[in-house]
Ligand binder design. Structure first.
Ligand SMILES: [Zn+2]
Length: 178
């Protein structure tokens, strides 16, 4: 079997470089740096070019075996250079790992949401406790209401209609043209 890098094992398909993995009172701490492209302003969609600063986010990740996992991730903050845009700076997101304003990884959020969908509030919270997933009832219920919302609403929307069966069943498709 070909040898794999630590990134392949811990962050498959995700744009990060792992700097250090350490043990802190029974939890694994994964220190990583984003290697993702700058991305676009969440408001006006202009491609970012200038780095404003960088800072470290802390994310809770899914446990590994019986150990809790924290990710300390260094990401960039970028300027939005579009003059007409009211947003001055924004933080880069790493696809498959981070979402705006969320302190759990995308993978952990998906797990918690799936558990909440299957079990509802209290039973979901009990199962999470058993599995050592840090999530109370309120947070689980909030995940049920908040479906995965994209960073922004589409600005240019394409609409098309098509027939599954002519004169009988039609479908409509909405496309984010950008
Ligand atoms: Zn902007």
């Amino acid at each position: 079997m070909a040898s794999k890098t630590v990134e392949h094992v811990l962050f498959p398909g995700i744009d990060v470089r792992v700097e250090r993995v350490s043990d802190s009172s029974g939890s694994l701490v994964e220190e990583a740096v984003s290697t993702a492209r700058p991305g676009r302003c969440p408001d006006c969609r202009k491609q970012a070019r200038r780095v404003h600063s960088s800072y470290q986010r802390t994310l809770t990740e899914r446990p590994l075996g019986s150990r809790q996992v924290m990710v300390r991730l260094r990401v960039h903050r970028y300027f939005c250079d579009r003059r007409s845009c009211s947003r001055r700076t924004f933080v880069q997101q790493v696809g498959g790992l981070t979402e705006r304003h969320r302190r759990s990884s995308v993978g952990l959020t998906d797990w918690l949401r799936a558990i909440a969908v299957e079990l509802g509030g209290r039973p979901a919270a009990r199962l999470c406790h058993r599995l050592r997933l840090a999530a109370g009832r309120t947070r689980l219920l909030r995940l049920l209401k908040a479906s995965a919302v994209p960073d922004r609403a589409p600005q240019v929307l394409g609409v098309d209609e098509f027939a599954f069966r002519k004169g009988c069943t039609y479908g409509t498709v909405l496309v984010d043209v950008e």
